[in-house]
Design a protein around this ligand. Structure first.
Ligand SMILES: [Ca+2]
Ligand SMILES: [Ca+2]
Length: 208
């Protein structure tokens, strides 16, 4: 009678597979917001994959827009019901002679009013001088989860500012869901377990 001997290397290989699967299961997958869905004024350049944009001042427009507002026929931004945050990276550059500011807001496109987090804070951001960073808006417990909202980036010029060289770079606009449970569901464990057995038995067959 043949004895099924599980070799050490089989176990190590199996454990690596399990570790890899658990790692993948534990990741919080961010959902990118496609900047190609936004209306872009002539001096705004959106990357072909929609992941970033460069807004440059336009001497003919006091406000340069990158705007996703269903009121004007844009698709809007769907906020998944399990969203925890909306984040984006920005870099505002205001060179000498400029008097401008960068403003972003999330708003209700029917009422054209700013949306708020569960604590009543406006989901808007403004910076008056050069700077860069990541903006994180808390979406937990808000009333607009599972709905379509509007979002707008504005590069605003102050009247009589005679320099037109301010820019804003925008990257990684995304929503992220709440963290998954650290304990995998029984169904997941069963699948991982059967996969591990299959790998071990498969290897036994090949090596015998
Ligand atoms: Ca300016
Ligand atoms: Ca300024």
């Amino acid at each position: 009678m043949a004895t099924l001997k599980i070799q050490k290397k089989d176990v190590v290989a199996g454990l690596l597979v399990v570790a890899g699967l658990l790692f993948v299961c534990g990741q919080v997958m961010a959902i990118p917001i496609d900047l190609n869905d936004f209306w872009a004024d002539p001096t705004v350049t959106v990357s072909p994959d929609g992941s970033s944009a460069l807004m440059e001042e336009d001497q003919w427009l006091s406000t340069v827009l990158l705007s996703n507002d269903p009121f004007y026929g844009d698709p809007g931004i769907f906020i998944p019901s399990d969203s925890a945050t909306l984040t984006f990276d920005y870099s505002f550059s205001e060179s000498a002679g400029n008097d401008d500011y960068f403003f972003v807001w999330l708003f209700d496109w029917n009422s054209y009013t700013v949306l708020q987090d569960a604590n009543g804070n406006d989901l808007s951001f403004s910076i008056a001088d050069s700077g860069s960073g990541t903006v994180t808006w808390d979406l937990l417990g808000t009333g607009f989860l599972g709905t379509i909202v509007a979002m707008e980036f504005q590069l605003n010029s102050t009247p009589l500012d005679n320099a037109f060289t301010s820019t804003v770079a925008i990257n990684n606009v995304q929503t992220s869901p709440t963290s998954p449970s650290p304990v995998p569901e029984p169904a997941t464990l069963f699948l991982v377990g059967s996969g591990l057995m299959g790998i071990i038995l498969g290897r036994k067959k090949l090596t015998s």
